[in-house]
Ligand binder design. Structure first.
Ligand SMILES: [Cu+2]
Length: 67
């Protein structure tokens, strides 16, 4: 599991875009978006750096750490 910090995420629409970007890398990923904390926890077997790149491309630069 990884915790992504996504500071530019500010509303439900952003959360939807973020979830989509995560699932574009791993359709089986379980993503829990916490809008208030601007974080997403992601349960995935995919490379987290690939998810980071997808978020970046979607307009939401993110940092992550193993959680
Ligand atoms: Cu938004």
């Amino acid at each position: 599991m990884y915790e992504f910090d996504i500071p530019d995420m500010s509303c439900g629409h952003c959360a939807g875009t973020v979830t989509k970007a995560i699932k574009s890398i791993d359709p089986a990923a379980v993503a829990n978006v916490d809008l208030n904390a601007r974080k997403a926890t992601v349960e995935t077997t995919a490379d987290p750096s690939a998810i980071g790149s997808a978020l970046d491309e979607a307009g939401y630069p993110a940092t992550y750490k193993a959680a």
